[in-house]
Design a protein around this ligand. Structure first.
Ligand SMILES: C[S@@+](CC[C@H](N)C(=O)[O-])C[C@H]1O[C@@H](n2cnc3c(N)ncnc32)[C@H](O)[C@@H]1O
Length: 315
């Protein structure tokens, strides 16, 4: 096993393996102990939280080719599913405000929190909307325009499920996630769940971050050098990166009879940085070409690959 400081790494493995069991059996306690929010910083001021979710929403629309001002035309009547929203359902609120018929959020960890800060972030989001969107956003809550009353589940529903799966069939016209797929324990199960939940002519968009999330020890991407069994022992239930690279996504997209409308990396490591760790890579990564292994993240837009069944012809 690759290490430049075996004593420190042995201690790291022991501590991480113990916390992994806490995350496995008591995800709520794990979230409490580690102070996770989803976005990484609970102390962000509401204006910054709101700005983050506006940016997320705008990037989804941009990637989907929806011009600014035409969001309502695109979203009207569409049911939306969001995997892994984190502690603030900001994207869900904006999707609903811009015309989505309903938004279902699903997570594996119970991160959603109605702190004063987060409630203020919802108000900030509402305040920057035009009159029509603002009216819809206000109706997303149990009491009109009152975030502290909670979301009306007919507009925006939130579920925490085992493995973060929704378990529905052809139920959503738009499926979104950002900074989630790299965290799911079982990517194959989540991709199966997503493909089956997507309606026949639906569209899915995911932003995937392939960076190490602070788990490198000595060199960029050296978190890919832990042998898989050791890495799983430390991380399999925590929502830490699952380490799948883009080759795995290609395989799962094909297996689920989906197709890429778009697949584009968001940045790459220098080839020399990959070559430096290549001799120590864990088995599953050794055959991935440097060009692909260097991806730091990507956007993918997906749809069903199979054409609509032709209408039956009656004699
Ligand atoms: C880095 S946060 C991103 C949160 C949010 N999408 C954002 O952009 O701020 C990762 C999210 O994925 C969720 N998550 C982890 N494992 C999951 C799973 N198996 N299914 C669904 N969500 C999961 C986490 O609980 C968290 O909400």
């Amino acid at each position: 096993m690759y290490s430049e400081n075996p004593a420190r790494d042995a201690l790291r493995v022991t501590k991480a393996a113990l916390m992994n069991q806490v995350a496995r059996f008591t995800p709520g306690l794990y979230v409490g102990l580690t102070g996770q929010t989803g976005r990484g910083n609970e102390k962000d001021p509401p204006a910054r939280i709101a700005a983050y979710f506006r940016r997320c929403f705008n990037e989804y629309m941009e990637r989907l080719g929806v011009e600014s001002g035409k969001e309502a035309r695109f979203l009207r009547g569409r049911s939306v599913l969001e995997y892994g929203p984190g502690d603030v359902l900001g994207v869900a609120l904006l999707m609903y405000a811009h015309g989505a018929s309903s938004v279902q959020c699903v997570d594996r960890f119970p991160l959603k929190r109605a702190t004063d800060n987060n409630l203020q972030a919802y108000r900030e989001l509402i305040d920057t909307l035009g009159p029509e969107q603002r009216e819809r956003a206000c109706r997303a809550f149990v009491e009109y325009g009152e975030p502290e009353s909670g979301f009306d589940p007919r507009a925006i529903a939130y579920a925490v499920t085992r493995d973060g799966l929704i378990g529905r069939t052809a139920a959503y016209d738009l499926i979104i996630s950002r900074a989630v797929l790299e965290h799911v324990d079982r990517l194959d199960m989540t991709m199966d769940d997503m493909a089956s939940a997507l309606s026949r002519d639906g569209i899915a968009i995911h932003k995937v971050d392939l960076k190490s999330h602070g788990m490198d020890r000595y060199h960029p991407f050296d978190f890919l050098t832990w042998p898989e069994p050791v890495y799983r022992l430390m991380n399999s239930h925590k929502g830490n990166p699952n380490r799948w690279r883009v080759d795995k996504y290609r395989e799962l997209v094909e297996r689920n009879h989906l197709r890429f409308k778009e697949l584009e990396h968001t940045g790459r490591l220098e080839p020399e940085q990959i070559e430096r760790i290549r001799p120590n890579l864990a088995a599953g990564f050794r055959d991935i070409p440097t060009e692909e292994l260097s991806w730091l993240g990507f956007w993918m837009v997906l749809e069903h690959a199979l054409p609509e069944p032709a209408p039956a012809v009656h004699a």
